[in-house]
Design a protein around this ligand. Structure first.
Ligand code: PHE
Length: 456
């Protein structure tokens, strides 16, 4: 364990689970999940998503953690140390690039969350509002280039400061104390939302599957959402796994993270859809959905302003525990492979991410070109979100499954998982899923999309 502690290690087993859950739980659950469910027809999408989380996401998470702990390296080093001199390290490199790509637009949305915290504290939402009014407030806010870029910068600086201090100090503390409070707040909000007048159609949309709403796009989007929400396919879990002790049970940790993460996403949906139908908004409103639906919901609660402020603050922190894991991947790569100091690695990656993030920050009315990319019909942020958040993570997970299933081999991975007498009862099921179901299902979806050209 000498090398693990030199690189930093978790203080406790609980600390690790909370940190991994902190990476998984974030804007992916509360911002992204509801809007992709809304755009993709509701309950049928949710069912497919759940299937992907448990049949594909969970086995991939176990594999990433095992690979990280076995090699005690960043994603590039992890592949390189088990398959020296091969092309496999490019899978790790894809992860490093994807981390920067995701962080660039994630930071923009996290910045909006910070902005909404201040708006709520300032009393903007203290009176009842129509759907048109909240939509107008949102578009006025995101189209202001100075605000959007300033908030992106603020958020990246926060992330950089924590990553610079090293893994355990920054991350464990925040996850341990604040995530349970967020969960509590979500439960209260869900209880309020489902008892609103007109909640029925929202619940039906969200919970009663209408399979005629499934399109070819449903599958890559649900798959991408599963990987995105669980932080898989770009090495975040490889990196976090590299800091876990040999006696910890990776399988139960992965199981708990998948369960927590799914619970939070499902709760977010339970909050958004009844409130959305109550307010008469369109479920397919896109990236602004939660920012338009939630403020009027807070206004219906006693002490709604306090509630709203607490919510946006905790969401900011949930986003921060995810951005930390995104930044940690390129940073640990530069430290391990190029012997950079942590400070230099953090500074260079954050600056690069900021530059890449600016077009996303300007994509909602500030600059017309980025707001509707010619020939694509999407704004820049949504394009980045689809390329990195769906396709890049899916490709990364596919290659990881092939690597663990065939190159490292399920026997080698299982041996790592079963260290120090840990029992792995689900080993045959996991081996089947990682060798056959994961690669085949993900490959079929990607090939189908490429053949039909239905990328977006
Ligand atoms: N899982 C995080 C979320 O749901 C986002 C993320 C994706 C973090 C990939 C790390 C890696 O918000």
């Amino acid at each position: 364990m000498a090398s693990a502690s030199a690189r930093g290690a978790w203080k406790s087993r609980l600390g690790f689970i909370l940190a991994a859950a902190g990476s998984a739980i974030g804007l992916g659950n509360i911002w992204r999940f509801p809007y992709v469910v809304g755009e993709n027809g509701g309950a049928a999408f949710v069912l497919i998503y759940l299937g992907f989380v448990f049949l594909i996401g969970a086995p991939v998470m176990i594999s990433e953690l095992a690979l990280g702990r076995r090699t005690e390296r960043n994603p590039v080093g992890a592949f390189a140390s088990l398959a020296p001199g091969s092309l496999w390290q490019f899978v790790g490199l894809l992860g490093v690039i994807t981390g920067v790509g995701i962080l660039s637009f994630y930071g923009v949305v996290a910045g909006w969350t910070v902005g909404y915290f201040f708006k709520t504290v300032g009393g903007t939402f203290n009176r009842p509002m129509s759907a048109e009014e909240t939509a107008a407030i949102f578009s006025g806010f995101v189209s202001n280039w100075m605000v959007a870029c300033g908030l992106l910068l603020t958020f990246l600086v926060l992330t950089a400061l924590i990553v610079w201090r090293g893994v355990s100090d920054g991350i464990e503390f925040m996850s341990k104390i604040l995530m349970p409070i967020l969960l509590l707040l979500l439960i209260v909000l869900a209880a309020r939302s489902v008892t609103l007048s007109g909640a029925g159609p929202g619940l039906r949309f969200y919970l009663a599957p209408d399979f005629s709403k499934i399109t070819p796009q449903t599958f890559p989007t649900a798959l991408g959402q599963a990987f995105f929400s669980l932080s898989l396919g770009m090495g975040a879990m490889i990196t976090y796994g590299s800091y876990i002790g040999k006696r910890d049970n990776l399988v139960s940790a992965a199981g708990m993270v998948c369960l927590f993460d799914t619970m939070i996403a499902l709760l977010a949906g339970l909050i958004i859809f009844p409130a959305l139908f109550h307010a008469g908004l369109d479920p397919a409103s896109g990236v602004g959905l939660v920012f338009q639906v939630l403020p009027p919901l807070f206004a219906t609660l006693p002490a709604g302003q306090l509630f709203g402020a607490a919510f946006f603050l905790l969401l900011t922190i949930a986003a921060l525990t995810s951005t930390i894991s995104l930044l940690e991947v390129p940073v640990s790569y530069l430290i391990d492979e190029f012997k950079w100091s942590r400070g230099k690695a953090v500074l260079v990656t954050s600056l690069g991410t900021l530059l890449l993030g600016l077009p996303s920050a300007l994509a909602f009315g500030a600059v017309d070109f980025f707001s509707a990319l010619p020939g694509v019909g999407l704004d820049f942020l949504s394009l980045m979100n689809i390329i990195f958040g769906n396709y890049s993570l899916s490709l990364g997970s596919l290659l990881l499954a092939v690597f663990v299933g065939y190159r490292w081999g399920v026997a080698g991975a299982a041996e790592e998982i079963e260290q120090e007498g840990v029992r792995f009862g689900l080993r045959p099921a996991w081996a089947f899923l990682i060798r056959f179901l994961c690669p085949v299902a993900v490959a079929v979806i990607i090939v189908y999309i490429v053949l039909t050209g239905n990328y977006f």
